[in-house]
Write a protein that binds this ligand. Structure first.
Ligand SMILES: *Cc1c(COP(=O)(O)O)cnc(C)c1O
Length: 363
């Protein structure tokens, strides 16, 4: 099989050294292994700027959605109410999670090309005092828009509500001061900006809010509180842990540090994202999100005017030449997406743009 790099928003292209960690079958109840889990939890708190007296990190088997479902189904009680702010498919997925778990909620829909309005959330909280929790997505991977969690955090904290953030495609790639923003639960997964492989998600939780949630969970395997109670003793996972993924993740954290931490990674992502957009514009390919809201992780592009090719043709052309691109997901326009997280560097972006140019001259 011919190899290619992923220009998708996770799973993404990882280093050989991260992949190599998976060649060892580690014993799950071994002390060395449990220590790795504990170290990962500590490092995640550091990355979140969260004090271990106030916050704790819980790892949860499954992809990112499992982590989000774990939080929503475990911390919002039957007598409480969640306000879901959604401007993309991942915000809307939180609604599906609420539906499936019979979590009481209301939803505020925003246009996919507009950021979540803190003003609007403030109004909704004033209108409905029964709301206890607010959730939103930071980097909406559907479009690539970057929501302003700082503005919303201020409104939610002033109102005294619990704040839940899906930071799946931003945590580790964009610096988030979780504690000073007062975020209560923030979720990401192994295969996004930390640049590990798929297999688990993680939740950084305010401990008092986590303790408060005891007994509210609707699911056994996704019970966030129980997962924490067991893991916090000595690093043992409640059910079979994704050992290979954990080892790879531990290495990915080391490599994040070697790169210079989140700020250095964020710089690389931003530089490459801007380089990509600037050069695609020269080819007549415009981004869907305006530059003030465009995040550094993934870009949605409109097809060029009068084009006569399918996504499939473009995909196969790029794949043959070493890059996998992503179909569009916004509902109202014909688009495709290019992610630039993972082991993607300036030379990749330049090569990809040259390939697009070549493809367009052939069509
Ligand atoms: C990747 C992602 C998720 C989780 O999706 P999974 O397919 O379950 O990994 C959730 N929210 C956002 C914003 C994401 O980018």
């Amino acid at each position: 099989m011919k190899k290619y790099k992923l220009l998708t928003p996770g799973p993404l292209t990882t280093t050989d050294t991260v992949k190599r960690e998976m060649l060892f079958d580690h014993c799950t109840w071994d002390d060395d292994y449990k220590k790795i889990t504990q170290e990962i939890r500590e490092q995640l708190l550091e990355l979140a700027h969260a004090d271990s007296d106030i916050y704790t990190a819980v790892l949860m088997q499954g992809s990112g959605t499992f982590g989000m479902e774990s939080v929503i189904s475990s911390v919002v009680g039957a007598a409480e109410k969640l306000l879901i702010a959604a401007n993309g498919a991942y915000g809307e997925r939180i609604e599906e999670i609420a539906e499936h778990n019979q979590v009481p909620y209301i939803i505020y829909h925003e246009h996919y090309n507009q950021i979540i309005s803190a003003e609007r959330i403030k109004k909704l909280l004033e209108e409905d005092p029964s709301i206890t929790h607010v959730s939103m997505v930071h980097s909406e991977t559907t479009s690539g828009i970057l929501n302003d969690i700082e503005e919303v955090a201020e409104v939610v904290k002033t109102a005294g509500k619990t704040f839940i953030v899906d930071a799946m495609s931003s945590f580790g790639g964009i610096d988030i001061d979780v504690q000073s923003l007062g975020i209560d639960f923030i979720v990401s997964s192994a295969n996004k900006c930390i640049q590990g492989v798929p297999g688990f998600s993680f939740v950084i939780c305010r401990k008092d809010k986590l303790v408060e949630s005891q007994g509210k969970a609707r699911s056994l395997s996704l019970d966030l509180y129980d997962q924490w109670r067991v893991m916090d003793i000595d690093g043992k996972w409640r059910f079979t842990s994704p050992t290979h993924t954990v080892l790879a993740f531990s290495q990915a954290l080391k490599e994040l540090k070697e790169e210079g931490g989140i700020s250095a990674r964020e710089k690389r992502y931003r530089r490459n994202n801007i380089l990509l957009i600037d050069n695609m514009l020269k080819l007549g390919i415009r981004p869907y999100i305006s530059s003030e809201y465009q995040g550094p992780v993934i870009t949605t592009f409109f097809y060029p005017d009068n084009c006569n090719f399918s996504f499939e043709e473009m995909y196969l052309f790029m794949k043959d030449r070493g890059y996998a691109i992503y179909p569009g997901k916004v509902t109202e326009a014909d688009t495709f997406r290019i992610g630039n997280i993972g082991e993607i560097y300036e030379e990749d972006i330049r090569r990809v743009v040259r390939l697009f140019k070549e493809f367009l001259t052939l069509h």
